[in-house]
Design a protein around this ligand. Structure first.
Ligand code: HEC
Length: 146
């Protein structure tokens, strides 16, 4: 029993110590001029479901302030931004943007995006069939047909 108390005490101390490790939670500056350009309906869906990891406008949740979870969150955001950054959308050439749109639909349909772990905490980010249809129309047809 005593041993267990020591282990527990050590774990609690460790938990507090890891909180001291700096975590780089940043929202880099960006120029709205280069932000995602899409019909309002489309943009609303992407802002709601994808912006936390794929833009410079991350809404950092409370658990992003608690290590070790914070390490995973920051990692996902950094990696997400590397793949797609909707705050720098227009800095990409058009061909690349079209390719990304296709990938977006693929990832959503496969249930890979938004990340399942994120959906557990943000069920509102889960796409409805209607929302997916709006994105598909945008991705595969001409934007002005929405
Ligand atoms: C919780 C964070 C998070 C959210 C929210 C999120 N993503 Fe991602 N996304 C990532 C990460 C991390 C990667 C890179 C690693 C990977 O592919 O799993 C990524 C990669 C991608 C890729 C590239 C895949 C590849 O193989 O190159 C696409 C496309 C994508 N996301 C689309 C979306 C779309 C569309 C949404 C919103 C509907 C979304 N993501 C929401 C974290 C997120």
């Amino acid at each position: 029993m005593k041993k267990l108390n020591y282990v527990l005490a050590a774990l609690i101390i460790l938990f507090f110590l890891i909180q001291l490790i700096p975590v780089n939670r940043v929202n880099p500056e960006f120029d709205v001029e280069f932000e995602l350009e899409a019909p309002v309906k489309v943009k609303e869906i992407i802002v709601n479901s994808c912006f936390d990891c794929h833009s410079n406008q991350t809404d950092w949740p409370w658990y992003s302030y608690v290590a070790p979870v914070s390490w995973f969150v920051v990692n996902h955001v950094n990696e997400g931004r590397e793949h797609i950054n909707f705050s720098e959308w227009l800095l990409q050439i058009e061909e690349k943007r079209e390719k990304i749109k296709e990938e977006m639909i693929e990832e959503i349909e496969e249930g890979e995006m938004p990340l399942p772990g994120y959906l557990m905490m943000h069920s509102v980010a889960e796409l409805t069939d209607d929302q997916l249809l709006v994105l598909k129309t945008w991705a595969f047809a001409k934007a002005d047909s929405i």
